[in-house]
Design a protein around this ligand. Sequence first.
Ligand SMILES: NC(=O)c1ccc[n+]([C@@H]2O[C@H](COP(=O)([O-])OP(=O)(O)OC[C@H]3O[C@@H](n4cnc5c(N)ncnc54)[C@H](OP(=O)(O)O)[C@@H]3O)[C@@H](O)[C@H]2O)c1
Length: 345
Amino acid sequence: MMFEKLLWPAGIVGTVIGLATLTKDYVDGERYRGEEKLFGRTVIVTGANSGIGEQTSRELAKRGAKVIMACRNMKDCMSLRDEIVEETFNPNIHCKKLDLTSLKSIKEFAEEINEDEKRIHVLINNAGVMLPDQRKLTKDGYEMHLGVNYFGPFLLTHLLLDKLKASAPSRIVNVTCSNFMHAKLDFKNLNFDDKYHGEAAYGQSKLALYLFSVRLAEMLEGTKVSVYAANPGLCYTKLPRNMGWYKSYISSAVIYPFLFLVMKNPRAGMQTVLRCVLDPELEGHTGKYYDNCKEIEQVPNEAFKDINIDRLWATSELWTCLKTHAELVKTQPDVVKSHHDVAKS
Ligand SMILES: NC(=O)c1ccc[n+]([C@@H]2O[C@H](COP(=O)([O-])OP(=O)(O)OC[C@H]3O[C@@H](n4cnc5c(N)ncnc54)[C@H](OP(=O)(O)O)[C@@H]3O)[C@@H](O)[C@H]2O)c1
């Protein structure tokens, strides 16, 4: 009798657990199943102390790579490094200071790498921020999303490019977000001095990172340095740590169980990045965008026009101090002119 009474509730609980497991399995998406090893290869992972960067570092360490964890918080980085060494028996894991809010820090990091490392085989531009609707600036005065998610990787990649070329075949993986497809590049308000909106600024920075990947791949043709843009998908990480709802105990208690079900865990989110780092089949597919471990054809967007990419590139060279205005006027007068025309209109 007692047993019969329990049958119904047990059946309901079982069904709920079964459905939740199936949903989670579906949400977590494709896994990268390649078994490539990385002994003798050196990989840099930015933002390696948390979320997708942390999981990527663990996995690449397991596969034997020398992993350079590029982080701004050395205490967190060192303790995670010790944990990874203990877990993977790979002692070749190193922490180096990198703060993407500062061009000076990026230059110092690159200088140290160029001096200390013979080869860099993979650069993963993973670090990123997502902020609410209160505009914040980097140490150099750039809107925070634009500075950290785009100018930082742009400058860092340029400063390490010779080393990546000398280490070819090598790869650059830029971790973007699918929302770039609907984002806009507004050259009149690139730095969001006017009408700031957090979501638009995040989208713009990820769009810029995607366009950077496309153009860089074209420029590196024939060098055996491949460039990929990877979307990890919606993942349960600390990315929204600055959002009001994430900080509030009450709303997060309500939202968390739901998010847990509909978002990937960071290990699942890492899979697309992993494929871009490892898969030998992707050799020659440079400049492409990957989501859920697959190459995705881009729906054309106004921002993808060559003239916009040229303008973005020139602006990025200027704002990251890779080139002076005088140099750009000399080498790319059309781009500088069109940029001025937009600024005036
Ligand atoms: N989670 C998602 O749903 C999702 C979706 C699409 C794309 N992405 C992208 O995936 C990447 C990884 O994000 P995540 O989800 O793993 O978030 P996360 O757990 O917050 O990790 C972000 C990492 O970036 C680092 N970082 C932030 N600002 C930095 C700075 N100024 N200098 C150096 N490092 C800095 C963070 O370091 P601290 O710990 O010191 O802050 C952290 O290690 C980001 O580019 C993000 O835009 C995430």
